[in-house]
Design a protein around this ligand. Structure first.
Ligand code: GDP
Length: 138
């Protein structure tokens, strides 16, 4: 499973109509979509997904934001998926993201930063399983 990563197109980018363009960039960069759904996180589910950040000062804002509207969740496959996808999305803060990255193009702020990308192979598997049953992962 080390060739897989997990992503969400967050509520800000969804609301602004960037889902198609972002999926196009993901495909153009060589990632294959092996699971995908549009859904909306409850506050409880968003809190659970980001539990690792529970002690951070922005946790409340993050949970509010991530449950504020629909998202698209997907599992992506490519050699070196986790690292290559983090390069494609750019730095957490879009002001620091490299030109041509998804966050540089579509994110408004460090909080509303358009996309999520797993930070390790282990978390990619945990996060993918959070949204998709084994029958929904191709
Ligand atoms: P990522 O791995 O690049 O997504 O960054 P982190 O794991 O550090 O943070 C997780 C998510 O929390 C980010 O993608 C942002 O949506 C949010 N976040 C991080 N830092 C801040 C912050 O200072 N303020 C707010 N409001 N949200 C933040």
């Amino acid at each position: 499973m080390s060739n897989r990563t997990f992503t969400m197109i967050k509520p800000d980018a969804t609301k602004k109509g960037h889902t198609g363009a972002i999926l196009g960039m993901i495909n153009a960069a060589g990632f294959k979509i092996v699971a995908m759904k549009m859904t909306k996180l409850s506050k409880e589910k968003a809190g659970e997904f980001y539990a690792v950040h529970a002690a951070r000062p922005f946790y409340g804002e993050l949970v509010e934001f991530m449950s504020s509207g629909p998202i698209t969740a997907a599992i992506l496959e490519k050699d070196n998926a986790v690292e290559d996808f983090r390069k494609l999305i750019g730095a957490t803060n879009p002001a620091e993201a490299a030109d041509g990255t998804i966050r540089k193009l579509y994110a408004a702020s460090i909080g509303e930063n358009a996309v999520h990308g797993s930070d390790s192979n282990e978390n990619a598997a945990i996060e993918g399983d959070f949204f998709f049953s084994k029958l929904e992962q191709f």
